[in-house]
Ligand binder design. Structure first.
Ligand SMILES: C[S@@+](CC[C@H](N)C(=O)[O-])C[C@H]1O[C@@H](n2cnc3c(N)ncnc32)[C@H](O)[C@@H]1O
Length: 462
């Protein structure tokens, strides 16, 4: 071959190689930029990312898919150091769910009546033995179901609850969460509703003080063991502080009772070997700030499966002073270090994302959404059959007629489900909890991305 021809070929190859390397560099740069955007704010919409990075939807999806199997990325999002870990988990759950049920997803997106996967039910009239200082249910004075005009056409009867449970199941609900307004276990109907929920195939969860279990019948314990999750609200493992928080007299021995009930439930669960997960919910507030490590020890000692730690999320109690904040952070850091060192064994400890940010000394700000979409993932029915857009609006403290989507007595479930799709709930709500804001941000991203042609199974959370 003449030398000139060899030269030309070599030069062409060299220039092709250079173009390849530079494309690779751009692609690698884009990939790490997108990974960083998703890590710092998983709810960033794809439209925003495409604009910021200057790539097409097709190119973005390719990178999203890469991230699904990127080991480093997966390690990062599951790490206790990651301040969007719970948000990422929400996104993961939603994309798997929506990708696995095209009929449900189609109905949700096209505006047909569909029931959210989770519905919260408040079946007591706010009745409770306790009067917790941080309780978000009521101001313990003027704001009640009565004064907040939340009584609609009267209390829901057992048959109406059953009809509601059957219909929401039929329209796509998978999980019924029993909570309050008050203490669920004081409601005589609860076990009937629980058994009925299970009979129609609903999974069930309960938030309880755990105080009212002493007189349960065997059959009722059995129904509890059929539940999916039961979380005991225990905001101190010290009897005195516990009583101060829940406002119970010393002679009631409330914490001892709760502790015994918790142990009994765990024992029964372990004998039967049911799938029920039993946990503790702990709300940090001025009275218990120095006891976070104590509750972790208590949780470990009792053998519960999980412990949820978060702050008083809507500042019912006074903000912590600077010194308490410093001490709180020190405790949380020690607990996290212990988690990393495997000190707590199988006990799963979830800090709210904002607490992780606090430990990391990061700012925790969630993006604004154009409208509130909690109605699609956590609407709440009050004891009088009012269907509220979210759990907070279902409580007298934050009740607002503008957030009531319908009245079950008057409208029935199907009409309310149809109206849910047509109703616009404003996003500028000052009392939104971090869990609500998190769900709002993720749901909004996923729906906007889907409208752009990005499939749920192509999201980095899949
Ligand atoms: C109002 S309680 C009612 C259910 C039940 N009686 C109980 O004690 O769990 C429902 C849930 O709200 C949580 N909670 C109460 N006040 C709170 C606050 N200020 N911030 C965050 N969560 C709160 C409780 O810990 C519980 O998990």
């Amino acid at each position: 071959m003449p030398l000139k021809e060899v030269d030309t070929r070599l030069l062409r190859a060299l220039s092709e190689y250079r173009a390849f390397v530079s494309a690779l560099a751009i692609e690698t740069g884009q990939r790490s930029l997108i990974r960083d955007i998703i890590l710092s704010e998983p709810s960033t919409t794809s439209a925003k990312i495409m604009k910021a990075v200057g790539i097409s939807a097709e190119e973005l999806v390719k990178i999203y898919r890469d991230l699904q199997t990127d080991e480093e990325f997966q390690l990062a999002v599951n790490s206790p150091y990651y301040s969007r870990r719970l948000m990422f988990n929400v996104a993961r759950t939603v994309v798997h769910d929506l990708a696995s049920d095209s009929d449900y997803t189609q109905r949700l997106i096209s505006g047909d009546p569909v029931s959210s996967r989770v519905v919260e039910l408040h079946t007591t009239k706010g009745t409770c033995n306790y009067n917790c200082v941080m309780c978000l249910w009521s101001d313990k004075g003027e704001r009640t179901y009565d004064t907040a005009q939340m009584k609609g056409f009267g209390l829901m009867q057992t048959e109406e609850w059953k009809n509601t449970l059957a219909t929401i199941r039929e329209f796509g609900t998978k999980v019924a969460v029993f909570s309050g307004g008050g203490e669920v276990l004081l409601n005589k109907d609860f076990f009937r509703l629980l058994a009925f929920s299970h009979s129609v195939g609903l999974k069930t969860q309960l938030y309880t003080s755990g105080y009212n279990m002493t007189h349960l019948e065997e059959e009722e314990w059995g129904e509890l063991l059929n539940m999916d999750r039961i979380r005991f609200s225990i905001h101190s493992s010290n009897e005195g502080t516990y009583n101060d928080i829940v406002s119970m007299p010393e002679h009631a021995h409330a914490l001892t009772k709760v502790d015994n009930n918790l142990k009994l439930l765990l024992e029964k669960r372990n004998i039967v070997g049911s799938d029920l997960k039993i946990g503790i919910g702990f709300v940090i507030q001025p009275l218990n700030t120095m006891q976070v490590e104590d509750i972790v020890e208590f949780a470990k000692r009792t053998g519960v499966d999980y412990l949820n730690i978060r702050r008083d999320e809507i500042l019912v109690t006074n903000p912590l002073d600077q010194e308490s904040e410093v001490e709180l952070r020190k405790q949380l850091l020690r607990i996290r270090q212990n988690i990393v060192n495997g000190v707590y064994g199988n006990l799963e400890i979830d800090f709210s994302d904002n607490l992780v940010a606090f430990m990391n000394e990061e700012k925790y700000l969630l993006p604004q959404v154009p409208q509130c979409v909690i109605k699609h993932f956590r609407p709440t029915i009050n004891p009088y059959g009012l269907w509220n857009s979210c759990d907070l609006k279902g409580e007298p403290m934050y009740a607002d007629p503008d957030f009531v989507i319908g009245d079950l007595h008057q409208d029935g479930v199907v009409k309310i489900l149809a109206r849910t799709q047509q109703t616009t709930i404003p996003a500028a709500c000052t009392s939104c909890m971090p869990s609500g804001q998190t769900g709002n941000a993720i749901f909004t991203k996923l729906l906007q991305d889907h409208a752009l042609g990005i499939d749920f199974k192509d999201q980095p959370f899949f």
